[in-house]
Ligand binder design. Structure first.
Ligand code: PLP
Length: 453
């Protein structure tokens, strides 16, 4: 128990996201008080490398004067306005224009929300609304994937394919289905090549579509180009070509959830570019504003926009929107974030540093605890196994190897994230080579100490 006054007050008053409350009562939080570059500092003055960019998101790290100034200036000029009923404001217009110019495929319009979850929830409603507009009221089923992560609001949590997000919440809701996870290391069969595995994933998708009523009932598929919270899973080559061909065959919309992948993380601006995806709808958040303020976006192509427009005209309105859709301060900060990315060539920097990052990740493949070392761009994962040959995992409860690595890393002043026994690394994209070497040096100590435990 850390036992300082913040910890005691936190336990007394603060109900946390994603927490075992009983455990929290016993141990208290680690309270972070300030940030500088890729480092954050706790209330005891200890510094940590933020090897997860917070929550896969703080691409510019944890200090930036320009973003602070832009927020201040926007607050002075127009701290709040909304975009309901044909009102607008310049920050939202500017940001929508910028995002469209950056999009991986031609997009028609941009809708704003505050979080990745809200963006994906919006998409579920869009898909249903669009199919009503097109006179296809039965075409409402949306397919996501086992281990996919799309957020926590009711519809977004339903899209999410992780048991923790469903258990005890009475989820998923109707019309949301999950198909296979494209993780070759875990789900590839003996003797199956990566290509055969990708083909099987596409076949399993098609079987699910047919079982659920085919083109008449299945409306869309949503994918993170690279799964994040499910364990940083990069699908085998050719996977998305096969999956998208199936979706086209059944006249389904393809939705890319770029909440983690967007803005340089996978080595290109969009994960769609790295993985060869042509989405009809794209959602983004997190690094959209470098996480300095909450904002997310949904981009739709012209086909989707025309259907939305038709239906809104028929029934009178698009009955969906948030008080803070396109909040002017968040939008101004997001636009300035994008200007900074351009000026410092952040995406170019991330692309140039990717081979260095990937070499560090790959160097763990020889570690006795590591079964798989996987990375793309500037995001990676190490899977801890009990037996490298059979890929058998450790007993998650008795051993808790991922938790041990996490705890040792914290002792060495490093935040990574363990999803069970899969350890993710996703540093701020501004990180430099020396800081990367420092990060992975600390991580190696954490793995070695876990081995010695
Ligand atoms: N989609 C993806 C791919 C995510 O990783 C996340 C969050 O981590 C979300 C959606 C949900 O975003 P938020 O936590 O902002 O609601």
């Amino acid at each position: 128990f850390r036992g300082n006054s913040n910890a005691a007050r936190d336990i007394a008053h603060h109900l946390h996201p994603y927490t075992n409350f009983k455990k929290h009562e016993a141990t208290g939080p680690l309270t972070i008080v300030r940030g500088r570059g890729v480092y954050v500092m706790d209330d005891d003055g200890k510094e940590y490398i933020e090897g997860m960019a917070g929550l896969w998101s703080a691409a510019l790290g944890f200090s930036n004067e320009r973003l602070a100034t832009v927020a201040y200036e926007q607050m002075k000029q127009l701290p709040f306005y909304h975009a309901f009923n044909q009102r607008s404001h310049e920050p939202a217009i500017n940001l929508a224009e910028k995002l469209k110019a950056m999009a991986p495929v031609p997009m028609s319009k941009v809708f704003f929300a505050n979080s990745g979850s809200e963006a994906n929830d919006t998409v579920v409603k869009m898909v249903w609304y669009v199919n009503n507009a097109l006179g296809r009221p039965h075409k409402k089923k949306i397919i996501s994937r086992i281990k996919g992560y799309h957020g926590v609001t009711v519809a977004a949590a339903s899209l999410t394919g992780l048991p923790n997000n469903h258990r005890s919440f009475d989820l998923p809701i109707a019309n949301i289905l999950h198909t296979s996870c494209p993780h070759y290391y875990r789900f590839g069969k003996d003797g199956e090549t990566e290509e055969q595995f990708a083909t099987r994933c596409a076949e399993e998708l098609e079987q699910l579509i047919l079982k659920e009523g085919g083109a008449e009932h299945v409306a869309a598929m949503i994918c993170e180009p690279v799964m994040g919270a499910g364990g940083v899973i990069v699908p085998p080559k050719g996977y998305y070509e096969k999956i998208q061909a199936v979706c086209r065959k059944y006249d389904m919309l393809f939705i890319a959830d770029e909440v983690i992948c967007g803005f340089g993380r996978t080595g290109n601006v969009w994960g769609c570019q790295t993985l060869n995806i042509q989405p009809d709808i794209l959602t983004c958040a997190k690094a959209l504003s470098a996480s300095f303020l909450p904002i997310s976006a949904v981009m739709v192509n012209d086909k989707v926009y025309q259907a939305l427009a038709t239906e809104s005209d028929k029934i009178g309105t698009w009955g969906h929107g948030f008080t803070y859709s396109g909040h002017p301060v968040a939008a101004a900060v997001a636009l300035e974030t994008q200007k900074i990315y351009d000026e410092i060539d952040l995406f170019g920097h991330a692309k140039r540093l990717s081979p260095v990052f990937q070499k560090h990740v790959a160097s763990f493949a020889d570690h006795p605890l590591v079964g798989e070392a996987m990375s793309v761009g500037m995001v990676g994962a190490l899977e801890i196994v009990a037996d490298k040959k059979t890929k058998a995992p450790f007993d998650p409860v008795a051993v808790g190897a991922g938790n041990r690595v996490y705890n040792h890393a914290v002792q060495h002043g490093l935040f990574i994230r363990n999803m069970g026994d899969r350890v993710a690394i996703c540093p701020p994209l501004i990180i430099n080579e020396a800081e990367l070497a420092d990060l992975f040096g600390r991580l190696r100590k954490a793995f070695d100490e876990t081995l010695a435990d």
